[in-house]
Ligand binder design. Structure first.
Ligand code: GRF
Length: 228
C-alpha cells in the first residue's frame, strides 16, 4: 500500500483539512500532508496547518496573469514539496488542464450537496431554499468542469423544513469530516478504479466493507470502514 503525499488546497476555515490532519495523526489515513496551499492569505486553514507543523504557501490571484499561469505556479509549489495527490478542501477556484495533467486522476474535491444537485458555491443554502428532504456531501475526482468528476462516496443527511445554510450546512459538515478521509484512504490503498463516470471501490482485503451503512442518522455509500 502506498502512502499519500498530500497537498491540501484551502480558501477558508479548513475544518476538512483538520479532519485529514487528525485522521493522518491517528493512523487511520495513510497520508503525510506535505503542503497546505491557499489563495487567501487570511484563510484559517493556513493557521491550522502551522499549528500542525505543516508547510504552507499562499498564492494570490493577482500574482498571476492567467489561470494557466496560476495553476503552473501551484504545480511548481506542490512538486517542490513532493506532493503526489491533491485534496481540494473548500478551495474556491476551478483548476485548468495544466493542473489536472500534472496530477492525473489524483485530484479530489468535496462538495456540500448530493451532486449533481446543487453544484456551485452555495450548495447548502440552495438545497435548503429548494426544500429538499435529503441533502449531503460528495467526494469526487476533479475534472475541468465545476463539481463534475466521477463520484467516489456520498453521505445523505435529512434536511428539515426550517433549515437554513447554517443548520443544514453543519449537519452536512459533520459527514464531510468522515467521508473525505475515507475516500483518501481508499486512494492510498489503491482500491479506486475509474470506469467512465463510475468509480469502483474494491473490497477491503481481508475484511469486507459493508455497503451503504447508516451512521449517526446519515446514509453513507459506499460504507465507511473502521477508523472513519
Ligand atoms: C465545505 O463545506 C466543503 O464541502 C466546501 O467548502 C466548505 C469548506 O469548509 N467545498 P472547511 O474550510 O473545510 O471548513
Amino acid at each position: 500500500m502506498a502512502r499519500l503525499n498530500l497537498g491540501v488546497l484551502v480558501s477558508g476555515g479548513g475544518s476538512n483539512l483538520q479532519s485529514i490532519l487528525d485522521k493522518s495523526a491517528s493512523g487511520a489515513l495513510d497520508a503525510d500532508v506535505r503542503l497546505v496551499l491557499s489563495n487567501k492569505p487570511n484563510a484559517y486553514g493556513l493557521e491550522r496547518a502551522r499549528l500542525a507543523g505543516v508547510p504552507t504557501a499562499c498564492l494570490e490571484h493577482a500574482s498571476c496573469p492567467s489561470r494557466e499561469e496560476y495553476d503552473r505556479e501551484m504545480v511548481r509549489l506542490l512538486e517542490e514539496h513532493a506532493v503526489d495527490t491533491v485534496a481540494m478542501a473548500g478551495f474556491m477556484r476551478m483548476v485548468t488542464p495544466v493542473f489536472l495533467d500534472a496530477f492525473h486522476s489524483r485530484v479530489l474535491n468535496i462538495h456540500p450537496s448530493l451532486l449533481p444537485s446543487f453544484p456551485g458555491v452555495r450548495g447548502q443554502g440552495d438545497a435548503a431554499a429548494y426544500g429538499v428532504r435529503l441533502s449531503g456531501c460528495t467526494v469526487h475526482f476533479v475534472d475541468e468542469h465545476m463539481d463534475n468528476g466521477p463520484i467516489i462516496i456520498q453521505a445523505a443527511v435529512p434536511a428539515m423544513a426550517d433549515d437554513d445554510t447554517k443548520t443544514l450546512g453543519s449537519r452536512i459538515l459533520e459527514m464531510e469530516h468522515r467521508v473525505y478521509p475515507q475516500a483518501l484512504q481508499w486512494l492510498a490503498e489503491e482500491r479506486l478504479t475509474i470506469q467512465g463516470r463510475q468509480v469502483v471501490v474494491q473490497e477491503a482485503r481481508p475484511a469486507a466493507s459493508p455497503a451503504g451503512t447508516t451512521v449517526t442518522g446519515a446514509l453513507v455509500n459506499p460504507g465507511l470502514e473502521n477508523g472513519f
